[in-house]
Design a protein. Structure first.
Length: 381
């Protein structure tokens, strides 16, 4: 695979002639809905060769899926199963009583069962649209509730066919750090007795002393010792309620990995990657309207529609563009493309990580999946 950046006057026909590949292949691997409308600065994958598995790094690939309709879930699973080790179904909510909320995951589970990927159950301290430190504290400090929760998780995994668990407890009270570690020891021991694996979702820290409720109770060293692997959420530097910037800028991701590998074995680390971008209305006003979320493919389609030129930030290693809407308001869009994902794949190799984890499926990004299976061998369980 090669990456070609579109210049003024370029066409798919010209690229096909230049690289000696069929137009249909370029259109297919890039998901071009309007191949006649290329955008200056757009990055296209050029499938110039047929590569074998020889010499590829073997990695684990996970992606979060929020169950929706049976048709949508089945379509997503069919399209991505070959490129994934796990589908993490988001989410079962832990309740203060030790019960867990229901999740309409049966259609997705049925679709996954027909593939060579596996389903991972996600357990979260989520309530009313946010992560609740109170729920986590109630579980951590009551042995009967904790045991009830663990039993309910095991029962659900058995009955539904899950073979891995992802514990996604976030926004915890800083003082609950060791209580959370003990909860992980308890639930991991129980899950291991069933022969299954346990993972955790970790906030992107750059030091053991990083302050803030999203960071302090996430003990990298302890998680590295207790669970089978961790998913570090290396995204959301650019977020919908914050100032415009790349969602996963490479310098910030690299700083997290520099710290992570000092505390957690590399073979247990999965780097997070976004399957989305944001469209901010300018000027940014703190507390104002949130940015609109859009998929990488939608970002390209919009750039073509508004006749925007795509730029590429060499530091963040991410694409962006500006445009004016029909009301005359300026916008800036940061998103992901083949170049930005290649930069992330390079980090997996450089840091010798276990693999990659995507948030979130349902945002079309055809280039990513082509690149992933072209450059890595995806481990199957």
């Amino acid at each position: 695979m090669q990456i070609a950046v579109i210049h003024p006057g370029d066409t798919v026909f010209m690229l096909a002639e230049k690289y000696g590949v069929k137009m249909e292949r370029i259109i297919s691997v890039n998901g071009l809905s309007q191949p006649e409308r290329l955008v200056v600065g757009q990055a296209l994958l050029i499938p110039t060769t047929t590569e074998t598995q020889t010499g590829k790094r073997i990695i684990v690939a996970n992606a979060y899926l929020q169950p929706s309709t049976p048709e949508r879930d089945a379509a997503i699973v069919r399209a991505t199963a070959n490129a994934l080790t796990y589908f993490s179904l988001f989410q079962y909510r832990a309740l203060r009583t030790g019960e867990i909320s229901a999740l309409k995951d049966q259609p997705a589970l049925q679709a996954i069962s027909n593939t060579n990927a596996r389903a991972m159950m996600v357990l979260a301290n989520f309530e009313e649209g946010n992560f609740s430190p109170e729920i986590a504290h109630a579980i951590f400090t009551n042995q009967a509730v904790k045991e009830r929760l663990i039993n309910n998780v095991v029962t659900t995994m058995r009955s539904k066919g899950y073979r891995a668990l992802n514990v996604d407890f976030e926004n915890l009270f800083p003082a609950d750090r060791e209580l959370y570690n003990q909860f992980l020891r308890d639930i991991t021991a129980r899950i291991h007795r069933e022969g299954w694996k346990v993972s955790t979702a970790l906030a992107p820290k750059t030091s053991a002393t990083q302050k803030g409720s999203w960071y302090e109770a996430h003990d990298y060293k302890a998680h590295g010792e207790i669970v089978d692997f961790v998913i570090i959420m290396t995204y959301e530097w650019g977020w919908s309620g914050g100032p415009p910037m790349a969602v996963a800028p490479i310098p910030q991701v690299r700083a997290v990995l520099d710290y992570a590998v000092t505390e957690i074995p590399r073979y247990k680390i999965m780097m997070g990657a976004p399957l989305y971008g944001y469209d901010w209305t300018l000027p940014f006003v703190k507390g104002g309207p949130f940015a609109q979320t859009l998929s990488p493919q939608a970002a390209i389609d919009q750039a073509a529609r508004v006749n925007a030129r795509i730029e590429y930030d060499p530091v963040a290693q991410a694409p962006y563009y500006r445009y004016y809407d029909q009301q005359g308001r300026e916008h800036i869009v940061w998103f992901e493309d083949a170049r930005s994902m290649q930069a992330k794949f390079d980090l997996i190799r450089q840091y010798r990580l276990d693999g990659i984890s995507y948030w979130v499926l349902g945002n079309p990004f055809p280039q990513n999946w082509v690149m992933l299976v072209n450059q890595f061998t995806i481990r199957k369980v």
